[in-house]
Design a binder for this molecule. Structure first.
Ligand SMILES: Nc1ncnc2c1ncn2[C@@H]1O[C@H](COP(=O)(O)OP(=O)(O)OP(=O)(O)O)[C@@H](O)[C@H]1O
Ligand SMILES: O=P(O)(O)OC[C@H]1O[C@H](OP(=O)(O)OP(=O)(O)O)[C@H](O)[C@@H]1O
Length: 311
């Protein structure tokens, strides 16, 4: 990668367009989809980790998920998208009493995984406390140290008996290679863990992708982007449910579909009947439709929400 060009364009972009948002790696595709839903238009040159947005005064900087909390925390960029696990690791590295510069604004709902303590399936260890004083390998040394410090009742992670060792990747191989008695690693589908003959015995952090901002940072563009992202996330999470119901059953039906604030009720030409329109969480919609049918709702329709501006 041409670092000189990259640094120069980064400097130029920062001078021209201060607010920036950043992303790279595993969470990238979902993030790009999200930005596209927000109508944030940009063209990324081949091999360049910075892109100027065409229709807003911002630059996007593509960085590894683990580095994003540092850049956001130090106020070098205003907004970031990364895993909550990475923010937690960054924060666990802060000195005692030091306040994190990273503030979570929004759970983005994708990139779900868990940072878990894992041991060999056939090794006889079944609780994390049995690893005290032994070797634990991880890429998340700060979170693992804090976790075992708590288990040990240690004053700080400096006085730990458990030996926490860092490796950058293929953490799951550490037990089989005799480097570790247990590991602390991310689990999504669980396939890597299973293939390595490991089992999870505890959870350190549950994570999803989050939108973070630099603490105290606020400006119109930042608020605009946050509001657009919130709108797209809400639209993805909810559907619009419409149905007709006899007025006598309205209060029962409204309890089934209370909406985000309240359902919209419209009178029908037919006396004593109303039409109801309400946002319902997508994952609950089948059950909600069953319940509505049971209380006599008719013409139940479910509509996709393309976008939204709602809190
Ligand atoms: N199965 C998974 N393994 C690792 N990370 C996952 C998984 N599922 C979701 N994530 C989230 O993605 C983040 C990792 O993103 P990151 O871009 O650093 O990793 P990557 O995809 O390995 O890319 P890179 O090539 O830059 O290392 C994690 O911190 C976590 O929040
Ligand atoms: O539960 P799963 O769906 O199997 O995903 C979890 C695995 O994915 C990640 O590794 P990655 O593929 O990023 O490679 P790495 O081991 O080199 O970090 C993570 O460190 C786990 O090993």
């Amino acid at each position: 990668m041409d670092l000189v060009n990259q640094k120069t364009s980064l400097r130029r972009a920062k001078e021209q367009v201060p607010p920036a948002t950043i992303l790279k790696g595993r969470l990238q595709q979902s993030t790009l989809d999200l930005l596209s839903g927000c109508d944030i238009q940009f063209r990324r040159e081949n091999r360049l980790d910075i892109a100027l947005v065409k229709n807003l005064p911002i630059a996007l900087i593509f960085l590894p998920a683990a580095d994003i909390p540092t850049f956001v925390g130090e106020g070098r960029v205003d907004l970031g998208i990364t895993g909550r696990d990475q923010v937690a690791e960054h924060d666990a590295n802060l000195a005692a009493g030091e306040k994190s510069g990273v503030e979570e604004i929004l759970d983005l709902g994708f990139g779900g995984c868990k940072l878990q303590v894992q041991v060999p399936e056939k090794g006889g260890i079944s609780e994390a406390k049995e690893l005290i004083g032994r070797n634990v390998v991880t890429s998340f040394t700060a979170l693992a140290s804090t976790f075992f410090a708590k288990l040990e009742g240690a004053e700080s992670s400096q006085s730990l008996n458990t030996k926490i060792k860092y490796v950058g990747g293929s953490v799951e191989a550490a037990c089989a290679l005799g480097v570790a008695d247990g590991i602390v690693d991310l689990v999504e589908s669980g396939e890597t863990m299973k293939a390595a003959g490991l089992k999870a015995i505890d959870t350190v952090v549950t994570s999803t992708a989050v939108l973070v901002k630099s603490r105290g940072s606020t400006n119109d563009v930042l608020n605009l982007i946050t509001s657009r992202i919130r709108g797209v996330i809400t639209a993805q999470k909810y559907v619009l449910c419409q149905y007709n119901i006899a007025r006598t059953e309205l209060s029962t039906a409204s309890k089934i579909t209370p909406g985000k604030r309240a359902p919209t009720i419209t009178a029908l030409e037919e006396e004593n009947w109303v039409a109801v329109s309400s946002m319902v969480e997508k994952k609950r919609i089948a059950t909600v439709m069953d319940e509505l049918s049971k209380v006599g709702a008719t013409d139940i329709l479910v509509l996709t929400i393309a976008n939204s501006r709602a809190d």
